[in-house]
Design a protein around this ligand. Structure first.
Ligand code: SME
Length: 163
C-alpha cells in the first residue's frame, strides 16, 4: 500500500473516522509492536498536530518512553506518578483539562496544557500507555477517549507477544 496518509480538516469525529481506517491499514499483518506504535504515533500526530504524542511501555515497575513524536520527554515514570503513572495504576483513561490542576503532573514540556492518557491492555494487563499532549487547555474529551481506545484495539495481538 502507499504509505501517504490522507489528512482532512473537519470536526474531531470526522478526523478520527477518516484516519482510523488508514491506521487499520498500517497495522494489518504487521506484528512488530514498535513498528505499530510508531505508525499510530505518526498518523495521529500528522492528522491532529498535537504538541506531543507517543507511548510509554511498562518495563518491570515503571513506564519507559517508547515511540513518540514531539519534543524530547522524560524517559521513566513510576507507577502512580503523573498522569501516565496514574492511568496505569487506575487502569483507566484519564483526561486532564488543565495539567496544572492535576496533582503530581509531570511537566515534560512547559507548553503542554492539557493531556489524555489511555492505557494499552493485553490479556487484561496494562502493558503501556498512549499519551497525547496539547498546548491548548481542555483539548481532549470523550470523543478522543472513544476513538483512541478503538485505535488501540486494532493493534494485532501478536505484536504484544514480543514484549
Ligand atoms: N505529563 C505526563 C508525562 C509525560 S509527558 O507529558 C510526555 C505525566 O504527567 O505523566
Amino acid at each position: 500500500m502507499a504509505e501517504d496518509l490522507h489528512i482532512i480538516t473537519g470536526t474531531k469525529e470526522e478526523q478520527y473516522l477518516e484516519i482510523i481506517p488508514q491506521i487499520q491499514g498500517l497495522l494489518e499483518g504487521e506484528n512488530d509492536l514498535i513498528a505499530n506504535l510508531g505508525n499510530i504515533t505518526a498518523a495521529l500526530k500528522e492528522q491532529f498536530k498535537w504538541w506531543w504524542m507517543g507511548f510509554y511501555l511498562v518495563r518491570e515497575n515503571e513506564l519507559v518512553l517508547g515511540p513518540f513524536q514531539g519534543p524530547v520527554a522524560c524517559t521513566r515514570i513510576k507507577k502512580g506518578r503523573g498522569v501516565c503513572g496514574s492511568a496505569w495504576a487506575k487502569e483507566q483513561t484519564l483526561i486532564v483539562a488543565d495539567v496544572e490542576q492535576f496533582p503530581g503532573h509531570i511537566a515534560c514540556s512547559s507548553f503542554s496544557k492539557s493531556e489524555i492518557v489511555v492505557p494499552v491492555f493485553f490479556e487484561n494487563k496494562v502493558i503501556g500507555v498512549l499519551d497525547a499532549d496539547s498546548e491548548y487547555l481542555n483539548h481532549y474529551d470523550e470523543t478522543d477517549q472513544k476513538y483512541l481506545e478503538q485505535i488501540l484495539s486494532l493493534i494485532p495481538a501478536e505484536s504484544f507477544k514480543q514484549i
